[in-house]
Design a protein around this ligand. Sequence first.
Ligand code: CP
Ligand code: NVA
Length: 330
Amino acid sequence: MFLNSDLKRRSLLSIDDFTDREMSEIIDLAIELKRRRDAGVRGDLLRRKNIALIFEKGSTRTRCAATIAARDEGGNVEYLNRNDIHIGAKESVKDTARVLGRMFDGILFRGYSQDTVRQLRDYSGVPVWNGLTDDCHPTQILADLMTMRQCFGDIRGKKLVYVGDGRNNVANSLMLGCAKAGVNYVTCTPPELCPNPDLVAHAVETASANGAEVAVMHDPAEAVRGANVLYTDVWVSMGEESKKAERMRLLSPYRVDMELAGRTGNLGGDLIFLHCLPAFHDSETDSSRDTGAMEVTDDVFESSFSKVFDEAENRMHTIKALFVSSLADE
Ligand code: CP
Ligand code: NVA
């Protein structure tokens, strides 16, 4: 429904699994589904569809977004964390995939290895969506691009600057997603945290086909000039807790604060702040949440140009669009 492209039974392991056009159409569909939900419509596009949610890592947004997305349209979900099922311990990923594929219509996976989500896709026989691995976070980027569309309308030619850990899952997928959408993209990161050069080369080529540019820079004040979107993520991703001290040392000069926002030249104009969340901003960093890092200051996080909660809501609309495009009967 609402799609020109045929995305039936399609998986999403990396944002590159969709063509540029398919990615854009998924966002169109998410905007339409949001409009319907805001109008009070709860449909049955996923009626009798059962979706397994396998989570090796914690989650607030992705888990809840997938649950509400399915339930809004009459579908069912089963949440399975690594203590609930045998995956990777008593039973191989391959066997787990073949069992779940006999029962479920689709699987959303969050965990460590990209190889696990690949095996789930290859052996389950049902669509599989990557809800974050160490390498990428494609469903996040759909929500980010949707939020930019809501703020700017046409996003081609806009400039997004990601400031922080340049080689994490979000940064990897965001670079490719922006390139596919024709958004000019800069990763601003210390030399020690640069993205994989092959990935950068691929993003540069993809962006160029869409009239945009991709660059890796190291000086935040220079990188953010002319930015329409400032984006950051945690300095220590899930599974990397032992790297905290090193990341604090490397990334302290990359904190997004009001001074850096001012250096865009767009403060009070065409500038928004995005963060995939969860975030560490000063008033929220306390000893009970031992993360330490503070990638964004409170005044930016709480500012009128911060769109992080619209972005979080859009996780649900975009995941719903993925489920519907892949599983809906009509
Ligand atoms: N942005 C995101 O993926 O959030 P969760 O870790 O809460 O799912
Ligand atoms: N880079 C972060 C993203 C969380 C949504 C992590 O992997 O922990």
